[in-house]
Design a protein around this ligand. Structure first.
Ligand code: GTP
Length: 540
């Protein structure tokens, strides 16, 4: 064998070290075998010339990719000789590999992207089918990631996503797969799980790892994830369906208050279909006149007189009948119509309040619910301002109700929006108080005008000592902050008497009336305005 100087340079050794040794000492064993097959083709006359790519592994450990062209030299004498031309194509190969990596991996986090994920999972599914083993698809979504982006900026958001990917990758076993679908959505596929208990142990570990606070640019970012799980072969046979089912379970986990794991159940498919159906219907609900505001009275406890109304959205669905917001609010938040419908509810409630308060009316305040999305959109203040201008309602008669949820984070933007509403003269109420995590400090910073104590604390307050203690504490806190308190969900005289005795200002609930359409509300007003003994306020 003879080699030229270029080949010696390529492998980093003198010619005599190469003779007789190229294939065995410097070659990749798999490639060597393939090369021998090509050479057999030439020797057997099956080809005149062959070309293939192979690797050499010089002694310094790096890999050289070569494009090899080989022919047999004219056979004048035995043994026969090959003429082998070797082109170093390492750079081209590296670029190709980089492109392939980019095509298969998520650019931000480096884990598998959607395409690679489905490729890998299909392979794992084939193995699981052959072996009859079980596999879990875990859909993971960060809780309130928008809030992290909004509070700390997009770059910090990116660091959080990278860290999350790395935590996932380090928490799973070598046989598992981690991928990112986009945004804050990740998928982990757990192979060879024996049963749901196995999956719970693994997902609990993932949740613990992902939930550790993260320190970025001097901030401590608190993290939590929700997860939805579907199982092969129990729930579905193919990856697409498994992913869809895991997504339904994730939706359930978000609905259960986040930071938890839910397994897919068949009834979730029906719920998912309903969600899609409602989401589609919402797009045309407004223009078709299917939406209506109902009003529930709020009375002053001291004298039983009407003080306010809470406006509540209702949807007359053409097939499903009258729907309460609990059923369609999540879809409304996701829908492109969310903002438009939100603005309409404010305008409609202001219009009604202006009408009821015209000509020396009863001086009713109108409570209007705003969703967290509406609140955070940055457009709430102009929408309220426009509604007041269009309807002529006195700003002091409008009360914006914001639910006490962790979405209503204690941020600069929250405080600025509340301050802007106050500048307009609009009142602000913290709704569903007692269901969230508000501390006294938090409430005092938000400076609302009113607290609405949630029904869950009010029900049986006269007999349940624990609830009574909480309500009394809430009333004391409200007094110290000079806030008005409305008790929600008051259903019995005994509850109402307890509330009155402990200094609660107002009550709302079935004891007085259910939410009713405007014409019925007017009848209620007339009846409630009558002196006691002349009929009183009917309970609807
Ligand atoms: N920093 C960063 N943000 C992203 C990226 N891709 C999507 N997002 C943001 O991720 C957020 C996705 O939020 P969602 O999952 O819909 O909502 P969430 O706030 O996490 O609320 P829940 O999931 O309901 O708990 C949006 O605000 C997107 O703008 C990205 O590559 N980097």
């Amino acid at each position: 064998m003879r080699v030229n100087r270029a080949m010696c340079r390529l492998l980093g050794v003198p010619a005599d070290a190469l003779v007789g040794a190229v294939q065995d000492a410097f070659g990749d064993s798999g490639d060597n075998a393939i090369e021998r097959e090509y050479q057999q083709d030439l020797l057997a006359g099956r080809s005149d010339a062959v070309q293939y790519e192979r690797r050499y592994r010089p002694k310094d450990g790096h890999t050289v990719w070569a494009l090899v062209s080989a022919t047999l030299l004219p056979a004048n004498h035995e043994p026969q000789h090959f003429l082998i031309q070797v082109n170093d194509v390492t750079e081209r190969k590296r670029a190709e590999e980089e492109l392939a990596h980019l095509a298969h991996h998520d650019a931000l986090t480096g884990v598998a992207n959607r395409a690679m994920l489905s490729e890998q999972v299909e392979r794992e599914l084939a193995v699981a089918r052959r072996r009859g083993s079980r596999l879990a698809v875990v859909f993971i979504d960060l809780d309130y990631f928008k809030h992290i982006n909004d509070t700390y900026g997009h770059e910090t958001g990116d660091v959080v996503l990278k860290e999350l990917a790395s935590r996932l990758a380090h928490s799973v076993r070598a046989i598992d797969i981690v991928g990112r679908l986009g945004g804050d959505e990740f998928v982990v596929v757990l192979s060879e799980v024996s049963d749901a208990r196995d999956v719970i142990a693994l997902t609990d570990k993932l949740r613990r790892e992902c939930g550790r606070p993260l320190h970025v640019n001097g901030h401590e970012v608190r993290l939590a994830v929700s997860m939805g799980v579907s199982l092969f072969p129990d729930d579905a046979q193919d990856f697409r369906t498994l992913l869809r089912f895991a997504d339904s379970a994730l939706y359930q986990a978000k609905g259960e208050g986040r930071n938890n794991v839910q397994f897919y159940r068949p009834e979730l498919t029906a719920r998912m279909e309903m969600r899609v159906r409602l989401g589609a219907g919402l797009r045309t609900a407004l223009e078709r006149g299917e939406l209506e505001m109902f009003y529930q009275p709020i009375v002053t406890l001291a004298d039983g007189r009407p003080a306010a109304a809470e406006a509540l959205l209702r949807w007359h669905h053409p097939e499903l009948g009258l729907l309460l917001p609990d059923l369609f609010l999540p879809m409304l938040e996701e829908s492109s119509m969310g903002e438009e419908i939100g603005a309409w509810t404010i305008l409609e409630s202001c219009r009604q309040a202006a009408l009821w308060n015209a000509d020396g009316g009863p001086g009713l305040r109108m409570g209007v619910n705003v969703t967290p999305a509406q609140f955070k959109s940055g457009r709430l203040v102009p929408v309220v301002e426009a509604a007041l201008r269009a309807t002529g309602l006195d700003a002091g008669r409008l009360c914006v109700e914001i639910t006490e949820q962790s979405q209503l984070a204690d941020t600069e933007q929250t405080r600025a929006t509340l301050a802007a509403l106050k500048t307009l003269g609009v009142l602000v109420a913290i709704d569903d108080f007692g269901t969230g995590y508000s501390s006294l400090g938090y409430i005092s910073r938000l400076k609302p005008d009113e607290l609405k104590v949630d029904k869950s604390l009010v029900t049986d307050v006269d007999t349940d000592a624990e609830r009574a203690g909480l309500v009394v504490a809430a009333l004391a806190m409200a007094r110290s902050l000079r806030l008005l308190v409305v008790a929600e969900g008051v259903e019995t005289e005994a509850e109402q008497a307890f509330l009155l005795a402990h200094g609660c200002d107002m009550a709302q609930g079935f004891l007085h009336a259910r939410p009713i359409p405007a014409p019925q509300f007017e009848q209620w007003l007339v009846a409630a305005g009558r002196p006691k003994g002349a009929g009183g306020a009917p309970a609807h």
